[in-house]
Ligand binder design. Structure first.
Ligand SMILES: *Cc1c(COP(=O)(O)O)cnc(C)c1O
Length: 232
């Protein structure tokens, strides 16, 4: 469902719910950005979102960014990689993305830096930290974060801006919230150690109010904006 009218209505609802969650948490709504996640939706859905004034879009597959960037070459779009990234995709990412939120290992940092130097570009990056117990969730183990952040200083093309996480899939809001709180505590700790990490990307359609309560500066919202995805 990517009807432009529906999309506009969905966007207004999400923006209002984000603002409400901010007020409930005693935060200024201007502190929390919404990253629309357009994965699985085609260029026409992205175009409809652009008509609403949006221009940053989250995607989890590099091939999809390639296809959409080609179809939307006339638009100024910032593509944000939010999915697990294979090292052999670094070349396309360096060429097409404006930001990577799923940086989770040194090998990937090295590959991105090498390709970015060739392209003469730099990228904003967030380090994805594993806060959920599920084996399937990717991300850097939390105890490795301080060392990793120090190692990233060797890659000048990567501008580290903060942290990202995916919460556990649970019916229990307490368990979900604990993941977000852990990311916030890691931010505090690493900031105290001298790292600059102003951004926290956490929360999706199902759990963004909890993430905002715990300090998210950015929520990644797909379904609630674009509609439900057909299972791949
Ligand atoms: C798909 C995805 C989202 C958005 O999920 P929704 O439940 O559709 O809002 C957020 N973050 C990541 C990493 C994703 O892959």
């Amino acid at each position: 469902m990517t009807d432009a009218t529906q999309l506009a209505a969905n966007w207004a609802v999400v923006r209002r719910r984000v603002d409400e969650a901010c007020r409930a948490a005693g935060r200024d709504p201007s502190e929390v950005a919404i990253l629309p996640v357009s994965k699985t939706f085609g260029p026409e859905a992205v175009r409809a979102a652009i008509a609403l004034g949006l221009r940053r879009f989250g995607e989890n597959k590099v091939q999809e960014i390639r296809d959409k960037a080609a179809a939307l070459a006339d638009e100024a779009i910032e593509w944000v990689v939010i999915g697990h990234l294979q090292t052999n995709k670094a070349k396309d990412v360096a060429r097409l993305a404006s930001e990577v939120q799923s940086l989770d290992r040194l090998e990937l940092a090295e590959a991105l830096d090498r390709r970015l130097q060739i392209e003469g570009r730099s990228l904003d990056v967030l380090v994805q930290v594993k806060t959920a117990q599920e084996e399937t969730k990717s991300g850097l183990p939390a105890d490795e974060l301080p060392t990793f952040l120090t190692q990233l200083r060797d890659y000048p093309t990567l501008r580290v801006r903060g942290l990202m996480t995916l919460a556990t899939l649970s019916e229990d809001p307490g368990e979900v919230r604990a993941c977000f709180r852990q990311l916030r505590e890691l931010q505090d700790r690493c900031t105290a150690e001298g790292h600059e990490l102003p951004r926290l990307s956490m929360g999706m359609s199902s759990d963004f109010p909890l993430a905002i309560a715990e300090g998210a500066t950015e929520v990644r919202v797909g379904t609630a904006i674009f509609g439900s995805r057909l299972k791949a």
